[in-house]
Design a protein around this ligand. Structure first.
Ligand SMILES: C[S@@+](CC[C@H](N)C(=O)[O-])C[C@H]1O[C@@H](n2cnc3c(N)ncnc32)[C@H](O)[C@@H]1O
Length: 261
């Protein structure tokens, strides 16, 4: 039985686009065959829908690692266990992940959690989190709007000697049209308010806004303008993916050589 079949009609589904992106872009990590890694969802929430949905999505991938839900709120984990009915392992824990002997983490998802924490603490939290992921594995940390129409996720890659801020993935469902400004308030915690001249996110947003001004003048639907803008952007800064699968879905994936912000 699918983990999310136990849910009622209140499913939010707000991270489904991220589930699709993870299946598309991180299949190797999800399979974790080399690492035998878990897929940990830190911050299950008051209702665990997004964790159960992630487990369902990953179960479609042959040999995928198991999803484990973690939250420091004990009552939420008790509630999550009741709803998961054993289909997903739900554990009480915090930034020090409740791992058992022999377990390794391939992917650690941290969505809509760090927005409650002061920006000054974020670098330490990132280092602490990514330090618990297997070398080569990733932390995906970000924020989305309540229904997931707009999302921003930072990708941190564990390396032998620390981690790299490897990529930034932004996504819109176009329900609010398209402008790079849509993402300004949905950026991962330490890039929030950084989409301004001189800010950490400006190396992306500066050229993206310029490309958008040019492409929107040429007209077309928001989807067309988004895709053309991304292709134009890829000509002027490094690391912008022009994979049609991403562009058709309103996803901009930026992996600059020198890292993000
Ligand atoms: C807004 S919910 C996010 C739910 C889900 N990830 C989503 O995006 O739909 C945030 C959850 O993070 C949990 N949380 C916050 N800080 C945490 C920490 N240090 N360790 C574990 N859980 C934490 C809260 O208890 C809350 O349930």
């Amino acid at each position: 039985m699918k983990a999310s079949q136990t849910r009622g009609k209140t499913s939010q589904g707000r991270l489904e686009a991220l589930d699709d992106f993870v299946a598309h872009a991180f299949e190797e990590l999800v399979k974790g065959d080399a690492r035998g890694g878990l897929l940990v969802d830190l911050g299950v929430g008051g209702n665990p829908w997004t964790t159960l949905e992630w487990a369902d999505a990953m179960a479609e991938i042959p040999a995928a690692g198991a999803v484990v839900g973690v939250d420091h709120h004990e009552a939420r984990i008790e509630h999550a266990r009741r709803l998961a009915e054993g289909a997903v392992d739900m554990r009480v824990g915090d930034f020090d992940l409740p791992l058992r002997a022999g377990e390794a983490v391939a992917l650690l998802r941290v969505m809509n959690v760090l927005r409650q924490y002061p920006p000054a603490e974020v670098a330490d939290i990132h280092a602490r989190l990514v330090g618990q992921v297997a070398v080569g594995g990733c932390v995906l940390e970000g924020t989305c709007s309540p229904d997931g129409e707009v999302m921003g996720v930072l990708q941190l890659r564990r390396t032998d000697d620390g981690h790299r801020r490897e990529g930034l993935w932004l996504r819109t469902d176009f329900s609010k049209g398209f402008s790079p400004w849509l993402f300004r308030d949905r950026l991962p915690r330490d890039l929030r308010r950084e989409a301004r001249p001189g800010g950490r996110a400006w190396p992306l947003f500066g050229p993206w806004l310029e490309a958008w001004e040019q492409e929107r003048a040429a007209g077309g639907t928001p989807v067309e303008v988004f895709a053309r803008t991304a292709r134009r952007l890829a000509e002027v800064i490094d690391g912008v993916s022009t994979d049609p699968w991403l562009l058709e879905r309103g996803m901009l994936w930026w992996r600059p050589e020198g890292g993000v912000g």
